[in-house]
Design a protein around this ligand. Structure first.
Ligand code: ADP
Ligand code: MG
Length: 617
């Protein structure tokens, strides 16, 4: 039999490689911007048309390329950044694979213009699907401009796979943020369809964050600085009280490279333990500098993953540093339980290498309804109320004081009467009450055939959802005028999302008096919405829209109604008056689909007398 193995032609190999490097316009943005940084540019301009589908162009004032280099840069494995495999362990640049330009040129129309400082004239090269169409001598300023047009023109399947302009733009802005945050000393500009989206002057790190996320961000930042032999950490974490429902603003850079690491993310979030409200996420902007020899960034083609030699130590240091900052900047008092300042222990932070904190034993599985439930020993029940990991406030305390803290915690919570309603209401059950609440989670009522158990959070979501849906579709609703308009601050991207659903929001009763680049002014809110909840609702909404895959039957109306219902519904753990309980039961059964929550979860179950009787056999 004859030989059957063939070498793939270069352009085919490049197209295949492109699949790894270029998933979407945002990947091109990342590669081109990183190249500009590696070329020591001090100003980098990003120009986008139609979410990058028509054009992604990056113009820099960096080193530029010689004629030969300009031509070579499009060859696969052509890189000026490493000479041998050894160099991989000494990386100080972003690029090293020499794949990006070759890949991009294989799947787009590319126009390169470049000139080095010392040269009189520059070079222009046009490449389409790996074919050099033209090469000319041109007059052009020092630096490089690469325009990538009609991405995936020769791979229709990939082009069709691209998401809506809105989604692709979001990816691009994400990528732009990451690069811009990692390099505050470089000026970045971004234009989309002819209008300026960002103009970030050269600045310090704090200013860069503020320039991207808006002036209000400034007061939210707590500096983190730590230097050890293993790592140098600098940057900021967001104060816990500003934590958002979205995971959005979490940035982690290792040697100026944006990195995703669930493990290190965990280190940071665990430093916040006990300080955050439920289901909110702290924001952070942290830079780690480590010896390049101790990391391996070579494991992923798009280079956002990383392997550290000693992850555990890094974890411990990171966690301790963040805790330290939160402690130092007096973040602790924002906790919403009262603290007796006489009992405060002076904060001490001693040993970075041993960030283990004293542990308090808390029986989290304690269930007041088990065994001892009516023994009248309420103190035990209150143990459950101890906020998880609240010991995190006292980093580095000697274990001697653990006892002190424990005493303190029981003093605190013994006097707190939160779960008492379960017991108190017992007396009322005997009178006329038809409903009662179980563990501040279920509303129990009797029906003819037996018992009804309603999940309060889900049931209320259903009620609110149908309510909002009706208001939005009927387009008439009651609005409550605010005496003083509420000012809310969002990022450019978030404002864009609000704009998209503005009309629907207005139909629910919201009134916007002004929407600017990073600020929203609200002059009216739906009757059912307390003023204090406005920002939470909008944040949740933005988050939900961001997480929605817009091309799968995207209905903004439905999403809006669901999202608002989720934000406003009574939460698990919230105690309800008898009237509220009854109102909830009645409204639920006034719904079109009372059985399911808007996210298709069971809202209630029934337990018939028959079933009960079986249990007593
Ligand atoms: P890598 O960045 O991994 O080296 P690329 O394909 O991204 O590979 O780029 C290939 C080479 O082209 C780079 O090593 C660099 O020498 C040159 N190059 C690319 N972009 C620029 C730029 N904006 N300015 C100067 N040189 C550049
Ligand atoms: Mg590169």
């Amino acid at each position: 039999m004859s030989d059957i193995i063939q070498l793939l032609p270069d352009h085919v190999a490049n197209q295949i490689a492109a699949g790894e490097v270029v998933q979407r316009p945002a990947s091109v943005v990342k590669e081109l911007m990183e190249n500009a940084i590696d070329a020591n540019a001090t100003t980098i301009k990003l120009i986008i048309k139609d979410a990058g589908k028509t054009l992604v162009q990056v113009i820099d004032n960096g080193s530029g390329m010689s004629v030969t280099d300009a031509r070579l840069s499009f060859e696969r494995h052509a890189t000026s950044k490493i000479r041998s495999a050894e160099d991989l362990f000494q990386l100080h640049t972003k690029g090293f694979r020499g794949e990006a330009l070759a890949s991009i040129a294989a799947i787009a129309h590319v126009e390169l213009k470049t000139k080095q400082e010392q040269d009189e004239v520059g070079t222009q090269i046009v490449i389409e699907g790996s074919e050099v169409v033209s090469q000319d001598v041109i007059v052009t300023p020092k630096g490089t401009s690469i325009a990538v047009k009609n991405l995936f023109f020769n791979i229709p399947a990939r082009r069709n796979f691209l998401k809506s302009n809105q989604v692709e733009t979001r990816h691009i802005i994400d990528e732009f943020h990451r690069v811009a945050l990692a390099h505050p000393n470089i000026q970045f500009l971004m234009y989309h369809n002819g209008s300026e989206v960002f103009n970030l002057p050269e600045s310090n790190y704090r200013q860069r964050i503020v320039n991207i996320f808006g002036a209000k961000t400034n007061e939210k930042l707590v500096p983190v600085n730590e230097e050890t032999e293993v790592v140098k950490i600098s940057g900021f974490v967001g104060k816990p009280e500003y934590a958002k429902k979205t995971r959005g603003e979490q940035y982690f850079f290792v040697n100026d490279r944006f990195i995703k690491s669930a493990y290190l993310n965990h280190a940071i979030t665990s430093a916040f333990d006990g300080l955050l409200k439920d289901s909110t996420h702290a924001s952070y902007f942290l830079n780690l500098k480590v010896n390049p020899k101790t990391i391996d960034i070579n494991i992923h083609p798009t280079k956002t993953e990383i392997k550290f030699d000693d992850e555990h130590t890094l974890y411990a240091i990171l966690r301790a540093s963040v805790k330290h900052s939160l402690g130092q900047f007096n973040i602790a008092p924002v906790l919403d339980f009262e603290r007796d300042s006489n009992l405060d222990t002076p904060y001490s932070y001693k040993d970075v290498n041993n960030p283990n904190t004293p542990k308090i034993e808390v029986d989290r599985s304690f269930n007041p309804f088990q065994e001892k439930q009516f023994a009248g020993k309420q103190t035990t029940a209150f143990k459950r109320q101890t906020p998880a990991n609240w010991d995190s406030l006292y980093v580095g305390l000697e274990s001697k004081s653990t006892q002190e803290q424990q005493d303190f915690s029981s003093i605190q919570f013994e006097s707190e009467d939160q779960t008492a309603s379960i017991f108190k209401d017992d007396s009322q059950v005997e009178t006329k009450q038809t409903t009662f609440q179980l563990q501040n989670k279920y509303v129990i009522s009797t029906i003819k055939s037996g018992i009804l158990v309603i999940d309060q959070h889900r049931a209320h979501q259903r009620v609110l959802y149908e309510d909002f849906l009706q208001h939005i579709t009927v387009k008439e609703s009651m609005s409550q005028q605010l005496l003083f308009p509420v000012q809310l601050h969002f990022s450019t991207q978030e404002i864009e999302i609000i704009r998209q659903v503005k009309q629907d929001l207005e139909h629910t009763g919201f009134q916007f008096s002004n929407i600017s680049k990073d600020n929203i002014e609200i002059s009216g809110v739906p009757i059912s919405v307390p003023e204090s909840e406005v920002s939470v609702i909008l944040e949740q909404l933005i988050n939900d829209i961001q997480n929605e895959v817009p091309d799968s039957n995207f209905s903004s109306t439905d999403l809006l109604a669901k999202s608002m219902a989720k934000s406003l519904a009574v939460k698990t753990g919230q105690s309800l008056t008898v009237m509220e309980q009854e109102h909830l039961v009645n409204s639920l059964f006034g719904c079109k689909e009372p059985n399911m929550s808007p996210t298709n979860k069971t809202t209630f179950i029934t337990l018939s007398v028959d079933e009960l009787e079986k249990k007593f056999i």
